[in-house]
Design a binder for this molecule. Structure first.
Ligand SMILES: [Zn+2]
Length: 102
């Protein structure tokens, strides 16, 4: 038996992980896989996220904000990072006005 939360293995007879307070499972789910089929590039670190999203949606650029979820719970030491496909990085940068490079 395994804890689906901390992935610890338990002997027969255990049905609950005391640490995580969750029911054990027979088999662990697959490791959560990242979207590995594309290279992601960081384009932008600060700014109006809603505005950036609108621009990218319009341009058809795939993206996600790394750290955006955590941002709602507690401020991150860094802003949410905008991740886009490597092959759309230039397009995204052009849309957003570049990354501060000369
Ligand atoms: Zn656990």
């Amino acid at each position: 038996m395994y804890c689906p939360s901390c992935r610890a293995e338990f002997r027969e007879g255990f049905f609950r992980c005391e640490d995580c307070d969750v029911a054990l499972v027979e088999t662990l789910p697959e490791e959560r896989v990242k979207p590995g089929y594309v290279e992601l590039a960081t384009v932008f670190t600060e700014g109006e996220i809603a505005l950036i999203k609108a621009n990218l949606d319009q341009a058809g650029v795939d993206y996600y904000f790394h750290g955006e979820q955590a941002h709602r719970l507690a401020p991150l030491p860094f802003g949410a990072r905008l991740m886009v496909r490597e092959d759309q990085k230039e397009e995204a940068e052009a849309l957003l006005g570049g990354t501060g490079q000369p």
